[in-house]
Design a protein around this ligand. Structure first.
Ligand SMILES: *[C@@H]1O[C@H](CO)[C@@H](O)[C@H](O)[C@H]1NC(C)=O
Ligand SMILES: *[C@@H]1O[C@H](CO)[C@@H](O)[C@H](O)[C@H]1NC(C)=O
Ligand SMILES: *[C@@H]1O[C@H](CO)[C@@H](O)[C@H](O)[C@H]1NC(C)=O
Length: 271
């Protein structure tokens, strides 16, 4: 997520327009403006590669075959916002051409914030805010806590098969049907994950649960298949460790490490 003022990368907020970055999220189909990230980070080299024998372990939806009478697989759009969604007018155009049976929308915003006619220009966002949203602090574990709440809520709908995490500054680069087909046709998650050569954020106290060799970095903005979304939502090992050790002197900026590291720890990535 974004922070006002100086960000860890030393890029000032005012320069954000210069740093329109294509995030690995869906790589070429959604763009997010993340002012504090540097461009060279986004290499598509480390996708999750699940052996086909393991793909259907937890979910029949990971590789999708359509049968008559079955509901369409849905893409869940999960918005992580500070307050309102300023690019709602872009998303309005995007969802206007979509079949409502093909997607769902969830928003995590400031607790108590209501998406209605007063706060958003599109009905698509009305009443989509999570009831149990939490106060999120930049660079704190509450950020990944909010991501997990979004995933947990979206997993309740068994027809959601792809889970797209978006910031308030993401916009789609293609129309709905293109993105829908692209995501549902792929049996893989899209997660930017790499080893940082200048790594300084790993806290050695995490070692019993998160070995240094599994520590990963990557963009916060991801698309997960259902099986991986379940891994994140059900995680009761790595998340508590981040909460405990990822602060003060060792603040690791959890959102830049959590999902990547968790998937590596649970051997969901070839590393
Ligand atoms: C939107 O929600 C806020 C907070 O509950 C409320 O004060 C406002 O009147 C609502 N606006 C409309 C148009 O319903
Ligand atoms: C969606 O975008 C694709 C690729 O740009 C294009 O081929 C297709 O015609 C578009 N579909 C609609 C319904 O606009
Ligand atoms: C909705 O889903 C069905 C089944 O997956 C698909 O055939 C159709 O093209 C989708 N519609 C759009 C607008 O993407």
């Amino acid at each position: 997520m974004k922070k006002k003022g100086l960000a860890p990368g030393g890029i000032s907020w005012s320069a954000w327009k210069l740093h329109v970055i294509v995030v690995s999220l869906t790589l070429t189909i959604v763009v997010c403006m993340l002012p504090f990230l540097s461009l060279h980070r986004f290499s598509p080299s480390h996708y999750s590669q699940i052996p086909s024998s393991r793909r259907s372990l937890h979910s029949n939806w990971d590789s999708i075959t359509l049968h008559e009478g079955q509901p369409n697989p849905k893409v869940a759009f999960l918005f992580l916002a500070r307050r309102h969604l300023p690019l709602d007018f872009v998303w309005k155009c995007f969802f206007q051409n979509a079949d409502t049976a093909n997607y769902s929308i969830y928003i995590h915003s400031e607790p108590g914030f209501v998406f209605n006619k007063s706060t958003t220009r599109t009905r698509f966002f009305h009443d989509r805010q999570l009831k149990n949203s939490i106060k999120v602090g930049w660079g704190e574990a509450s950020m990944i806590g909010a991501e997990r709440l979004l995933l947990k809520e979206a997993l309740k709908d068994s027809v959601n098969t792809r889970f797209v995490l978006l910031s308030e500054s993401c916009i789609p680069l293609y129309n709905f049907s293109y993105i829908y087909t692209y995501l549902t046709a792929s049996p893989r998650s899209f997660v930017d994950s790499f080893l940082d050569k200048k790594e300084r954020r790993y806290n050695p106290n995490m070692a019993p649960y998160i070995p240094m060799s599994k520590w990963r970095k990557g963009s916060q903005w991801i698309t997960l298949i259902r099986k991986h979304a379940e891994v994140v939502a059900d995680d009761d090992v790595v998340f508590p460790v981040f909460k405990m050790f990822c602060k003060k002197r060792y603040n690791c900026i959890p959102d830049e490490h959590y999902v990547q590291t968790l998937l590596a720890v649970s051997n969901q990535l070839y590393t």
